[in-house]
Design a protein around this ligand. Structure first.
Ligand code: PMP
Length: 409
């Protein structure tokens, strides 16, 4: 993505290019936003976002997931201020660690215990380490194309990664029971874990909910092998069901990874687990300089409370449905066909006959100029701060986007 010429954003990118390799790392490069998208932001409030050039957007990325109640939620920020004023990064955790673990154990159906980290990748990697410790085995089954973080065992890139880093990773296709069974056979007596995302939310691909049969089979196969079922709820966690995203399916994991929405934008991740893996979780060595930091834990407690008080999941679902219905209407009125997949609170919008994403990029770049921040190939996120009027602004911007795509076709 290139910024607009002569913008503050362009000047910052030029400076960044000299002192930051490639000017930016990771997903902001890999997920390829269209030209005109800003890289740098000045402020955010509720579901609004302002870039460094002063342009305002209704935000449908929610910081790639963490903002679940809206930016600057008063109760969350107050809890953070209070904890920070008392002390945050100390020689050990605050009492809030125990309160938060108790809260997660009470809220998350499969959880008998919880541990805390910083990023989603810390949590997924910790789950894999605990699964291997608890089973004494090595093989981990990962769905092809599922994202679990940037560590060498799971990075979507092979640059700087050795074959040995992946020596014990085997693949299957999400929702494909035959491929799952084949991978389990291949792992044989060395199967430590099957790790799955809450639903298929791969980049640049239609989303797919897990079938009941697939989820049940994952559980059965783990039971039969006494291996760990790891549910990676980093992206979907607290947007589908507060007790865990597979709770509506009646399938409980042994270990779950959480991050993103857990603390409404404050840096926190968690692993929850059942008693089968308690001893292993106590035995492994996992830690980080900031993993005890108390203010993000206070943020998490306040976030979980506010989500329950505000009925956040219901709100996101209602606003997501309004968006989906509105986009469907605009699509049929303009004659530009789209596919909307996955849960409405985590929308993915892809265009038919758009292998090179030219339509999606034109649509998003146009909507951006009209004040809506959308993504052409990554799933988007609703928050509990979105109101009808915000969705209607997004739809007004999307109407311009559809007109541009129709005009270009
Ligand atoms: N698992 C899933 C399902 C994710 O979506 C992500 C982040 N997009 C991660 C793990 C890694 O999280 P993080 O970027 O915080 O390390």
């Amino acid at each position: 993505m290139a910024s607009l010429p002569n913008s503050v954003d362009a000047a910052l990118r030029q400076r960044a290019a000299r002192v930051v390799p490639g000017g930016m790392w990771g997903h902001l490069n890999a997920a390829k936003l269209p030209d005109g998208y800003p890289q740098f932001f000045a402020r955010a409030d509720g579901c609004r976002l302002w870039d460094v050039d002063g342009n305002a957007y209704v935000d449908l990325m929610c910081s790639w997931g963490p903002i679940v109640l809206g930016h600057h939620h008063p109760k969350v920020e107050e809890a953070v201020r209070r904890q920070a004023a008392a002390g945050s990064c100390m020689n050990g955790p605050g009492a809030v660690m125990v309160e938060l673990a108790e809260r997660l154990v009470a809220t998350i159906a499969h959880a008998d215990w919880a541990m805390f980290q910083k990023n989603g990748g810390d949590a997924t990697t910790t789950c894999v380490t605990i699964a291997r410790a608890g089973t004494g085995r090595r093989k981990v089954l990962v769905a092809r194309g599922s994202y679990h973080g940037s560590a060498p065992w799971c990075s979507p890139s092979v640059v700087g990664v050795t074959a040995e880093d992946r020596a014990h990773i085997l693949h299957f296709d999400y929702n494909d029971i035959a491929s799952l069974e084949a991978a389990v056979d291949q792992a044989g007596a060395d199967l430590a874990a099957i790790i799955v995302t809450a639903f298929r939310h791969d980049l640049a691909r239609d989303q797919a909910l897990p079938t009941a049969a697939f989820a049940a089979r994952v559980r059965q196969l783990c039971n039969a092998a006494d291996a760990a079922l790891i549910l990676d709820d980093v992206r979907a966690g607290f947007r589908i069901h507060s007790a865990g995203s597979w709770e509506p399916l009646g399938v409980r994991p042994d270990l779950s990874s959480w991050s993103k929405a857990i603390a409404n934008g404050h840096p926190l991740a968690a692993v929850t687990g059942n008693d089968r893996f308690r001893e292993a979780a106590a035995a492994v060595f996992v830690t980080g300089s900031f993993w005890c930091e108390a203010s993000s834990m206070a943020a998490s407690l306040a976030t979980l409370e506010a989500m329950a008080e505000e009925g956040a999941i219901d709100r996101m679902t209602a606003m997501g449905q309004r968006l989906r219905d509105g986009l469907a209407q605009l699509s049929s009125a303009s004659g530009v066909a789209i596919r909307q997949t996955g849960p409405v609170q985590m929308p993915m919008v892809l265009f038919d006959d758009d292998a090179d994403f030219r339509k999606g990029e034109l649509f998003c770049a146009t909507a951006l100029r009209h004040g809506a921040y959308l993504h052409p190939r990554h799933n988007m996120f609703l928050s509990a701060a979105h109101r009808e009027a915000d969705i209607d602004r997004v739809l007004a911007a999307a109407e311009k986007g559809f007109a541009a795509v129709r005009g270009a076709g």
